[in-house]
Design a protein around this ligand. Structure first.
Ligand SMILES: C[S@@+](CC[C@H](N)C(=O)[O-])C[C@H]1O[C@@H](n2cnc3c(N)ncnc32)[C@H](O)[C@@H]1O
Length: 207
């Protein structure tokens, strides 16, 4: 008998985890480009550690502190985790050159820190720069997930321009999907996910 339990479709963040989960393995390299309260970082840590590396970015000290604490609360050893309290637009210069093209998963969850300072949001220009760098850092078969929030000031433009960047990626090198509710308010967050098919450079413009 089919179950009568109600089972809503996954949210944008849930989609990002659902797409990544079967592809992640201990020993892989991952980046959380927007730490926030550490939910995505914990998810990545639980899948790529031990033996892997996790790099975590956020511009805000409270986000870095809260993420570090969440990992500690879940007994994640921090020796393979590196925190950067700086913008994700420094991605390429921050990561060891040996890992360029070797990152298996990169998560962006844009917007502001829930429960924090709502004026400290991701900004279109630095987001686009960081995403271009992230595309270059991806390993073959690596995934880049981006949750966008069209509901706040600047968020709609940011979402639209990220979507434009993704839709222009060469299809022989990348495949891109969008997971969105079609009949909810247009301000509802949605996910875009990119998979790098092969190693060669394919990003339109890495500054
Ligand atoms: C929606 S929250 C992220 C949620 C988080 N991934 C989680 O699991 O809780 C967005 C975060 O992006 C951060 N942020 C804003 N601009 C940034 C930048 N240029 N580089 C890195 N993080 C940034 C904010 O400080 C905020 O903590």
């Amino acid at each position: 008998m089919p179950s009568s339990a109600h089972q809503p479709f996954p949210t944008a963040v849930q989609w990002s985890h659902l797409l990544l989960q079967p592809r992640l393995q201990p020993g892989m390299n991952a980046v959380d480009a927007t730490a926030g309260n550490g939910h995505d970082a914990l998810f990545l840590a639980q899948h790529v550690l031990p033996n892997g590396k996790l790099f975590i970015f956020d511009i805000q000290e409270p986000a870095i502190t809260s993420t570090r604490q969440r990992l500690l609360d879940h007994a994640i050893p921090l020796d393979s985790v590196e925190f950067f309290q700086t913008g994700h637009q420094t991605l390429i210069q921050s990561l060891p050159p040996t890992l360029h093209g070797q990152i298996n998963a990169i998560m962006f969850n844009l917007g502001y820190l829930p429960g924090g300072d709502k004026s400290r949001i991701t900004l279109t220009e630095s987001t686009l720069s960081a995403i271009r760098q992230a595309l270059d850092m991806l390993a073959p078969d690596g995934l880049l997930t981006t949750v966008v929030y069209p509901g706040h000031d600047g968020g709609r433009e940011e979402a639209a321009l990220v979507e434009t960047l993704f839709s222009q990626l060469p299809s022989d090198i990348f495949e891109v999907q969008k997971h969105a509710f079609l009949n909810y308010r247009p301000t509802t967050p949605y996910l875009m996910a990119v998979r790098r098919k092969k190693a060669e450079a394919g990003t339109p413009t890495t500054p």
